[in-house]
Write a protein that binds this ligand. Structure first.
Ligand code: ZN
Length: 158
């Protein structure tokens, strides 16, 4: 990729992320926000307070991406926002987020020549449990593994 293309796509991405954030906030009527599931309420709060698009909604908090492609983690338990989301969790949340926001796929690492299909999920990036598919923890939802992905995997630390 040339620098020019990279710059161009970055500007495009900025607009796309901003558009999704706006859509998310405006999709909710203010007086009805309390009727929404608590997880959705938190996601909308994160979107409006931090101008960020929630990608991963966890039990303890949400990981969201801002228009400048930086990541934040809203720690719901402690009511604080962190700006040092690990690369591992950036990828985990992108794997989820790209289902809803396919434009973000450009932010995922590209598969190297040395990558092998993930054995655990059979290269699908997801594991099918009883009823619902769950994103594969082994390959971060990518469906493949290489030295780079293995090197950034920590101990489930946000
Ligand atoms: Zn996998």
């Amino acid at each position: 990729m040339t620098n020019k293309t990279a710059m161009g796509s970055k500007e495009e991405l900025k607009k796309v992320i901003q558009k999704y954030i706006k859509e998310m906030i405006s999709s909710v009527e203010k007086e009805k926000i309390n009727e929404l599931p608590i997880g959705t309420q938190v996601a909308i709060m994160v979107a409006s307070k931090y101008n960020a698009l929630p990608l991963y909604l966890g039990w303890g908090g949400d990981i969201a991406i801002r228009p400048d492609c930086s990541f934040i983690y809203w720690d719901d338990e402690n009511q604080v926002c962190r700006y040092d989301v690990s690369l591992e969790w950036q990828i985990r949340s992108l794997s989820r987020g790209t289902e809803k926001y396919p434009e973000l796929k450009v932010l995922l690492p590209s598969r190297s020549d040395f990558a092998k299909d993930c054995q655990l999920c059979g290269g699908k990036g997801k594991i099918f449990l009883i009823k619902y598919p769950e994103f594969c923890g082994q390959c971060l939802g990518l469906g493949w593994l290489d030295d780079f992905i293995l090197s950034i995997k920590q101990s489930n630390k946000y």
